[in-house]
Design a protein around this ligand. Structure first.
Ligand code: MOS
Length: 768
């Protein structure tokens, strides 16, 4: 899978021209790199920010979807007559309606009907209703009578590929061709090793659970459709809906000023978006359609679980000689995105000349996968980083030392192209120092039933460099006030604040004073979806360019008006000053330029990344755990995360991204697991009671971030790379390695809940 496929629009995107000038890297900075609260913090915490789920329009109806209760079924008959007579019902929509006869596209060329005649996963759409209240809509959806022919289901990829398995999709349940990589000679590599280890690792399917549920409000204004939706990108929604409904792009306005988390599950719209638009068109009234938590768990996407077979060889001096890796996984009943690149860290994180990897996918009767914060990487890292610790133990070497001996200078999986910078070595060294690794690793685990241990893991993220297209517009008015216009969504990561910091740095003003227009196809510049840890490195160079061009015009205007030398001039709080004599000062409103025009405008573009080089972020995380060997409970005591994501623009949101990534990684390591019932194929872990995401009690208060800045002036004009995804990749194996250090058992199966761990501890006791 190309990770780009899920973030960019499948079709033409407006190319951005090469910037007219590249500003030099910042040297001393005033706001960049400081800790700034969000520019919209008050709106967010006071509840005055209008999220899509807050939108209420006059005359609005509520939509509800009837979803198939079976994992695999043929829809024989849909009788909507009783539902249509229910109180408050305005319209019922099913496959019998001509306007509902539209195709829905998954990834990889896999398409289906909006209301599919053969349902491949529990929760797929069968019919929909719009009514005066949400309760009337749900009651009416339940009153739709459907006759199904229930088909045999298969839930396990290995079984799906075995002879005689029920056919889910394709011709033989294989989801695309296996993705393979091969370099060197693995047989020779294993022959040259002093130690060869083999292990099998499992990870569970994780379900997307953003705070704000998936949904939208759709309103028609004549032939124009306006959609408020909780999504990571407005332009991709415009494109997808235009294609599905056959509407001109100009007739679709998508607004996404605020959204409550997506993590990849909101990179694109979903079937519900189309349904809301159709219900609104049929009734000529606005329709609000938000999914329930249960519906989100059923259909909004997952991180595919994996079975990973891993064989690795190492010499006594710590040189990796060979890696052989296979993963089997499933993108679900349809080809959901984000189901590949499980092997990326395996084939690219450490120097190893002889490597073979193979990733296979199979159709199963379960919800489609979706990109999920660093697709594939946490799974691969779960295997690789435990394997590295096992190899280190086998040759009697410290785990950090083993990794340091295998830091690569080039991307081996991409034809040995060099990285612009790799901070992996510094992440390992500085992280270990900040954590107190050497001492902590030597400390005895304790001899009672409470055992302490420390562990670590490292990573890179395959993307995170960003790139064109991006366009931003900055306006400074004659009173010195500033407006920024950009298309990017702020998905909760603090994008607006970071971009305000960039503008403020260039223009010598306070970030809070900047007004921002963003994420609205009707009024803002084109932007790709916020994802792939690319928003900051994609947008900030264009934003900087726009502000820089405003500054340039103002300084030139002052030089001309006053006869001052241009290179002596600076812009400070709405005035141009002479550096050498700050009393020589002119308010920008007094410049001839602003007296004539009233506003100065800068249009910034994002230039290309350096040719033939790879821009990736790196990280290493360290943690300490306490294991109760009587109960199998694990308490995570502390984390230190060292991250090289280029220059940090806002240290506060940077640290918070890392803390959030660790919290998510704790869920992957300890609790999150989709449970399907073997007999019925139905989702059993269908609530936040049965599907446990970490809470404040599961996340240590003691967390620290070490920011490594390699001064990467080659990657882009703000020297930035992404941090959102690397933050969650090495967390889970760091915990597993710490549990091993504390107890001696390898927890190869994620999540490592108390039930699993107590069995492993029991086996260890019996074996000893
Ligand atoms: Mo993320 S999985 O790039 O939204």
């Amino acid at each position: 899978m190309s990770p780009a496929g899920d973030y960019y629009i499948d079709g033409p995107v407006p190319e951005t021209p090469e910037p007219s000038e590249y500003p030099a890297p910042w040297t001393a900075t005033r706001v960049v790199g400081t800790r700034r609260p969000r520019v919209d913090a008050y709106e967010r915490v006071s509840g005055t920010a209008v999220y899509p789920s807050d939108v209420i329009l006059p005359d609005m109806l509520y939509g509800a979807i009837l979803r198939c209760p079976h994992a695999h079924a043929r829809v024989l008959e849909v009788d909507t007559s009783a539902a249509a007579r229910m109180p408050g019902v305005a319209v019922v929509l099913s496959a019998a309606d001509r306007e509902a006869d539209v195709d829905w596209h998954y990834s990889g060329g896999d398409s289906s009907k909006l209301f599919d005649p053969v349902i491949r996963f529990e929760g797929d759409t069968v019919a929909a209703v719009a009514a005066e209240t949400p309760h009337q809509a749900r009651d009416a959806a339940r009153a739709i009578a459907v006759r199904y022919e229930v088909l045999p289901h298969v839930l396990d990829p290995e079984r799906a590929l075995s002879p005689g398995a029920p056919l889910v999709g394709g011709d033989g349940n294989r989801q695309g061709e296996p993705d393979t990589h091969e370099r060197g000679d693995i047989a020779a590599g294993f022959a040259a090793a002093d130690v060869v280890l083999e292990k099998v690792f499992h990870t569970a399917y994780e379900l997307h659970n953003p705070m704000e549920l998936h949904g939208c409000v759709a309103r028609w204004d004549g032939g124009r459709l306006v959609i408020w939706e909780s999504l990571q990108g407005v332009y991709i929604t415009q494109t997808v809906i235009s294609r599905v409904l056959g509407l001109p792009l100009a007739n679709i306005r998508v607004i996404g000023h605020y959204m409550g988390g997506g993590f990849g599950s909101k990179l694109q719209p979903s079937k519900h978006t189309v349904i809301a638009a159709l219900l609104a068109r049929k009734t000529a009234r606005p329709v609000k359609l938000f999914l329930s938590r249960e519906e989100v768990m059923l259909v909004a996407g997952n991180r595919p679980g994996t079975v990973m077979r891993f064989k690795a060889g190492v010499k006594r001096d710590g040189t990796l000689t060979a890696i052989d890796f296979e993963s089997l996984s499933s993108a679900g009943g349809h080809f959901g995105g984000g189901a590949g690149i499980v092997d990326w860290v395996v084939k690219d994180l450490y120097a190893c000349p002889n490597v073979r990897t193979r990733n296979e996918l199979a159709f199963i009767n379960a919800g489609p996968a979706r990109p999920f914060r660093a697709p594939g990487h946490p799974q691969g890292a779960w295997a690789l980083e435990q394997m590295m610790d096992a190899l280190a133990e086998a040759i009697g070497m410290d785990p950090v030392e083993l990794r340091l001996r295998n830091v690569p200078a080039v991307s081996q999986a991409r034809g040995d192209q060099p990285y612009t910078t790799t901070g992996l070595r510094q992440c390992l060294e500085e992280g270990a120092k900040a954590f107190g690794w050497a001492q902590a690793r030597k400390a005895p685990p304790g001899d009672g039933h409470l055992r302490r241990g420390v562990g670590m893991g490292a990573c890179l993220w395959v993307a995170g460099g960003g790139g064109p297209p991006s366009t931003a517009i900055v306006r400074m008015y004659s009173d010195g006030s500033v407006n920024l216009n950009m298309g990017a969504s702020d998905i909760g990561t603090g994008t607006k604040t970071v971009m305000a910091i960039v503008v403020a740095e260039e223009l010598g003003i306070d970030p809070d004073a900047i007004q921002i227009e963003n994420a609205d196809t009707g009024t803002t510049q084109f932007a790709t979806s916020s994802g792939g840890s690319k928003t900051v490195p994609t947008e900030s160079p264009a934003v900087r360019e726009a502000a820089y061009l405003v500054k340039k015009q103002l300084l030139e205007a002052a030089a001309e008006d006053k006869g001052w030398p241009l290179d002596d001039l600076v812009l400070v709080e709405g005035a141009v000053e002479r550096r050498s004599s700050p009393s020589d000062r002119v308010a920008i409103g007094d410049l001839g330029l602003l007296k004539r025009r009233g506003v100065v405008v800068g249009v910034g573009y994002r230039g290309p990344n350096p040719e033939g080089k790879i821009v990736n972020p790196f990280a290493a995380q360290f943690c300490e755990v306490e294991v109760n060997t009587r109960t199998g409970e694990v308490t995570i005591l502390r984390f230190v995360a060292a991250h090289e994501s280029g220059r940090v623009l806002n240290r506060l949101t940077f640290d918070n991204q890392v803390f959030g990534g660790i919290a998510m990684g704790i869920g992957f390591a300890m609790t999150e697991e989709r449970v399907l019932d073997e007999a019925t194929g139905k989702l059993v872990s269908l609530s936040l009671h049965d599907y446990k995401i970490p809470t404040a009690l599961d996340v240590p208060a003691d967390m620290g971030v070490v920011a490594i800045d390699p001064h990467d002036h080659e990657c882009n004009t703000t020297s930035t790379k992404g941090v959102g995804e690397p933050a969650t990749i090495p967390t889970a194996p760091a915990i597993a390695n710490a549990i091993h250090h504390a107890t001696g058992v390898w927890v190869t199966h994620a999540p490592t809940n108390a039930m699993r761990l107590i069995e492993l501890l029991e086996a260890e006791r019996k074996g000893a």
